[in-house]
Design a protein around this ligand. Sequence first.
Ligand code: B1M
Length: 210
Amino acid sequence: MNLLDEIAVSIENGDADEVKKLTEQALSQKVSAENILNQGLVAGMNVVSEKFKNNEVFIPEVLISAKAMKAGMGVIKPLLAQANIQSKGKVIMGTVNGDLHDIGKSIVAMLLEGAGFEVIDLGADVSLEKFMESIKKEDVDIVGMSALLTTTMTFMKVLIDELEKTGLKKRIKVMVGGAPVTSAFAEEIKADGYAPDAAQAVDLAVSLLN
Ligand code: B1M
């Protein structure tokens, strides 16, 4: 097995120490950061993502693998910035105002990152002002909102209305998700897309930008 395959397998195994060690080893053997990213880290995370989609692994395993991926990302991130590698797109993610549930949102953010998107994770309980400030500051392609409470999912329409009012909705796609959210609700509030889980959220983000 070559080093990049070993990195991918270690991501699948959720072995952060091994991923970090192998990533450093690959760099010392002059493997490019881009190859490590695509053929090692992202390849491993893609396998986990597929298994998650097929109910072969579950949330704890995804979180452990995502943490392992982050260990490798930490090693190559400075080099990727220097190499100016094209990201798939820039996504702002947040759990909506008044809602503290951030586990699902974080999984979506990690899988998007694993798939090659640049993700700005605003965390949980994100106010309209904070969303708008970041959207205006960063040249984002997609805004992702997560909500777990029936009482907070209504915030999603508030942000979409604000994006429409400010003219930003014309160039920014909005995706929504979270346990109480449905595709019918997404359609009603004029979101561009809804995904029921993190793996499908990645597919959705890719399709929104194509
Ligand atoms: Co809360 N809680 N909680 N809670 N909590 C729920 C959501 C609830 C269904 C439990 C219940 O009553 N059966 C219920 C909501 C009822 C409703 O509104 N219909 C509830 C309640 C009522 C509350 C409080 C009000 C309780 C209280 O204080 N009385 C309170 C509210 C606090 C607040 O937010 N203001 C509260 C608090 C909490 C904790 C803080 C204790 C904790 C959250 C910890 C944290 O997140 N850091 C918590 C938890 C853990 C839960 C449950 C048990 C689990 C949620 C979770 O993490 N699921 C939940 C019950 C349940 O869902 N079974 C419950 C796992 C996670 C991976 O799934 O977030 O759905 P999920 O994400 C999925 C998909 O939805 C999708 O991908 C993810 C991965 O596949 N997805 C997206 C998510 N975001 C997406 C975005 C996308 C696309 C896909 O695009 C942008």
